[in-house]
Design a protein around this ligand. Structure first.
Ligand code: ATP
Length: 296
C-alpha cells in the first residue's frame, strides 16, 4: 500500500501535483514504473527522492519534467494538466516553468559559460537585449563572475555544475529539477553545490532532487522514498521554512538556550537560517555568536 502524503499547510500553493499516477511499460512483462503515486510539491519546498535502482525515480522525474505523461492519474504543473496538453504546449510549459540540472552537467562544450547560460532564453525567444547581462548576473550569483568566457573543458566539475545551475535559473522557472546533481563531484564540491541549492531554496525556489546519497538528500526538507513504483514513506526532516509555520520567536530560540531571545536574523528568512547559517532540525541555531553569553 503506498503511503499518502502528510498534511501540508493549506494555503501553500503546490507547484506540482501528482494524483494517483500510474506509468506502465510493456516490454515483455508489464512493469508499473509508477504505481499510483500521489505527491504534492508545495511552493518553496525542497524535496529529495531516493530509492533502489528500478524503483521509478527517473520515471517520476520524467513525469514531473513534462517529458512523459501518465497512463492513469494526473500531473499538474502550475495548475496545468500536463497530460491534456499538446506536445508543443508541453514543451513550452517545460521551457518556461522548469529548470533542469543533470549529473553530467549537459553543457555545450564549445560554448562559453555565458553562452551556455543564455541558451534556454534563445529557445524561449527572449530578445537578445539583456541576455548577456542576465547570464553575467546569474554566473556571478553562483560564484563564477570571473569565468564568463571559459568553455566547459576550461572549468572544474563543480564550476560546470554551477554554470548548469545558472542555466537552469535563466528563465525564472517555478521548479528546479535536479537529477543526481552531485553524482559526478567529489564530496567537498558536492557539499558546496548543496550549499548553493539551500541558498536558492531559502530564496523561495522550489526544488526536486533525485539522489542515491543519504547525506545529500538530507539537505532537503523531506525525502520521498520510492520502492517498486510506490511511495513507501515521506520522511520529513523537521526543517521549519514556510511562513505558515511561523511561531512566536521565543519558541524558535536557540536549541541550547531556549529562553534566550532569538537573533534578529533568525526571525526572518523563513526561519531556516540564522543569518546565513543553516538552522538544524526544528529551529536550532548552532551559531554561538548570535546568542551572546551562550557557552556550547
Ligand atoms: N523505456 C522503458 N521501457 C521499458 N521499461 C522501462 C523503461 N524505462 C524504465 N523502465 C522500467 O521501469 C522501472 C523503473 O525504472 P526507472 O528508470 O524509473 O528507475 P530508477 O529508480 O530511476 O532506476 P536507477 O536508479 O537505476 O536509474 C524499471 O523496472 C525499468 O526497467
Amino acid at each position: 500500500m503506498a503511503a499518502t502524503e502528510t498534511q501540508r499547510p493549506e494555503h501553500t500553493e503546490a507547484v506540482v501535483e501528482l494524483s494517483s499516477v500510474r506509468r506502465t511499460y510493456y516490454l515483455g512483462e508489464p512493469v508499473d514504473a509508477l504505481d499510483g503515486v500521489s505527491l504534492s510539491l508545495p511552493e518553496g519546498s525542497f524535496t529529495a527522492v531516493m530509492g533502489p535502482s528500478g524503483s521509478g525515480k527517473s520515471t517520476l522525474m520524467n513525469m514531473i519534467g513534462c517529458l512523459d505523461t501518465p497512463d492513469e492519474g494526473t500531473v499538474t504543473v502550475n495548475n496545468q494538466d500536463v497530460g491534456s496538453l499538446s506536445d508543443g504546449k508541453r514543451a513550452r510549459l517545460r521551457g518556461a516553468e522548469l529548470g533542469f540540472i543533470f549529473q553530467q552537467f549537459n553543457l555545450l562544450p564549445r560554448l562559453r559559460a555565458a553562452e551556455n547560460v543564455t541558451l534556454p532564453m534563445v529557445f524561449q525567444n527572449v530578445v537578445d537585449e539583456g541576455r548577456r547581462e542576465r547570464a553575467e548576473d546569474l554566473l556571478s550569483r553562483v560564484g563564477l563572475g570571473d569565468r564568463l568566457d571559459h568553455t566547459p573543458p576550461e572549468l572544474s566539475g563543480g564550476q560546470r555544475q554551477r554554470v548548469a545551475i545558472a542555466r537552469a535559473l535563466v528563465n525564472e522557472p517555478s521548479l528546479l529539477l535536479a537529477d543526481e546533481p552531485t553524482g559526478n563531484l567529489d564530496t567537498e564540491t558536492g557539499s558546496t553545490i548543496m550549499g548553493l541549492f539551500e541558498e536558492l531554496n531559502q530564496e523561495g525556489r522550489t526544488i526536486l532532487m533525485v539522489t542515491h546519497e543519504r547525506h545529500i538528500a538530507e539537505h532537503a526538507d523531506r525525502i520521498v522514498h520510492l520502492v517498486d513504483g510506490q511511495i513507501e514513506e515521506i520522511e520529513e526532516l523537521g526543517v521549519i521554512r514556510h511562513e505558515t509555520h511561523r511561531e512566536p520567536a521565543h519558541l524558535l530560540a536557540c536549541h541550547h538556550r531556549p529562553q534566550a531571545p532569538l537573533h534578529a536574523d533568525c526571525r526572518r528568512s523563513h526561519h531556516r537560517y540564522c543569518g546565513g547559517h543553516r538552522l538544524h532540525g526544528v529551529g536550532r541555531c548552532l551559531r554561538a555568536e548570535h546568542h551572546p553569553g551562550f557557552r556550547g
